[in-house]
Design a protein around this ligand. Structure first.
Ligand SMILES: [Zn+2]
Length: 296
């Protein structure tokens, strides 16, 4: 999709399911189940939506998804379905893995960093051989010292190889990655969680990552039970939503299984509403777009 001078593509890497109670924190099931129906195990459908930003000069991939290093037992636990590996995905937009210049990872949980590496002949290597991988320094440090509550979400195999190959680029707080693309520290989900803001020819957008994973999380207090700092998530959501609505930002949700991008409007009683783009916005220029339209 054209966005100013940029070209944006949503890449739906996988679908999976997580416990609905954990996804909506203190919100009662009687409220969240209307928008996100639960299966027999109380799990709700999610997907990993990566965002490819082609600025014309450089290509930035936001997030890497779950990747393919999962056992059958784990796949069943999360009902994980890999929809497209990175090589096939990029082929659809006429790119090779080596043509990605930057990979921004919002935080190092396995559903964001899992696709950062792959196993080749028994050795872990970065999936994008020439890319710089952008990670907040505080997130990197925390990943190695997470306590028992937080540890299960971090798998060192997802990110240690990035350091070993010299492709890791740690950043401290807000930072411009390339002209028109910024990472901004939000905290909330983890202490050093970051979102990605982008702007071209006056058009503005934000990839919320896990401070707002689906359109059902639009209301500021609807934050995840997974969040390390849920009150901070609520505050940062309020700030971003107000700006997104008043400046007509394109908003992108990382785990929305329906159409994952659109605009935010202020409705009755100051409530935020989501207005999705049309389904045609998900089709690649090549007309393929097979991984995108619907989750199976
Ligand atoms: Zn996530």
């Amino acid at each position: 999709m054209k966005f100013g001078q940029f070209d944006l593509s949503i890449i739906r890497e996988s679908s999976f399911r997580l416990d609905g109670g954990a996804m909506f924190g203190v919100v009662p099931k009687t409220m969240w189940a209307k928008g996100s129906p639960a299966d027999e195990y109380n799990r709700v459908l999610l997907s990993c939506n990566l965002l490819l930003i082609d600025t014309g000069d450089v290509r930035v991939l936001v997030e890497t998804g779950m990747g393919d290093r999962w056992s059958e037992v784990e796949r069943q636990r999360y009902d994980l379905k890999t929809l497209s590996g990175p090589a096939e995905i990029l082929k659809d937009v006429g790119l090779g893995l080596e043509q990605i210049d930057f990979v921004i990872i919002s935080h190092l949980h396995f559903d964001h960093a899992g696709g950062a590496t792959r196993m080749v002949d028994g050795q872990l290597v970065p999936n994008f051989p020439l890319a710089k991988y952008i990670v907040q320094r505080g997130e990197w440090d925390f990943a190695f010292k997470a306590n028992a509550r937080a540890r299960a979400s971090y798998r060192p195999d997802d990110f240690v190889p990035l350091d070993e190959s010299g492709q890791l680029q740690l950043v401290d707080g807000d930072c411009e990655i390339t002209p028109g693309v910024w990472v901004r520290l939000t905290g909330g989900h983890t202490s050093h969680h970051q979102v990605v803001c982008f702007e071209s020819n006056g058009e503005k957008g934000v990839y919320f990552a896990d401070i707002m994973p689906t359109k059902s999380h639009l209301s500021p207090p609807w934050v995840m039970g997974y969040d390390h700092f849920p009150l901070a998530s609520c505050d940062v959501k309020s700030e971003y939503l107000a700006r997104a609505a008043s400046e007509n930002w394109l908003v992108v949700f990382d785990h929305e299984p329906g159409i994952p991008w659109g605009h935010v409007r202020v409705g009755e009683k100051g409530r935020f509403n989501f207005e999705p783009l049309g389904e045609d916005s998900l089709t690649f220029p090549s007309g393929k777009g097979k991984a995108l339209a619907q989750v199976v």
